[in-house]
Design a protein around this ligand. Sequence first.
Ligand code: ATP
Ligand code: ATP
Length: 145
Amino acid sequence: PEDGKLLTGALSFKEELVEGAMTPLDAVFSLPEETILDEDTMGRILKSGHTRIPVTSEGKAVAILYAKDLVGVGFERNLALKSVLDAFDAYKRVYNVYEKTSLGDCFALCKRERRHLLVVVEKISKSLCGIVTTEDILEEILQDE
Ligand code: ATP
Ligand code: ATP
């Protein structure tokens, strides 16, 4: 983008809210915690093309699967997703923000915790309502969506 636009974006993104930058729930590729890693599921994960995949239970994000966790898993074994999540401590990768959290706070959290993906949850129920990644924040800075 032109310098003026870039400067405006860099100065204003911190006050903008998650709701304007997030990928909403209906567009999120996620997997239920009870998933079995069979051929069909492994194919869908690959086809999604995403590096980080929220794992859900009863409407809440309980873990984040990284595609790289699946190196060496193979679909013939029909492994339970849960065993992979346990092996990689994927339950510790969940960091929640709200739709009304500022992108400045999100960016600080991403940096502090070295996370690229944050889970957006509904304030009261804590149910999953979207995700926001450093890529989404960058787009607000560049103002090129
Ligand atoms: P990368 O390989 O670069 O990590 P990615 O798609 O996995 O790609 P990001 O680059 O962080 O992840 O994000 C790019 C866009 O895809 C963002 O708008 C982000 O919100 C969205 N995104 C990331 N993960 C998912 C997912 N599991 N389901 C749906 N959208 C996603
Ligand atoms: P993530 O799982 O979050 O993508 P990552 O280490 O693969 O982690 P980044 O988070 O983009 O990648 O980078 C973190 C740091 O690791 C950066 O300083 C980056 O330059 C460095 N880094 C990334 N990939 C490699 C690599 N293949 N070899 C050495 N350093 C790397």
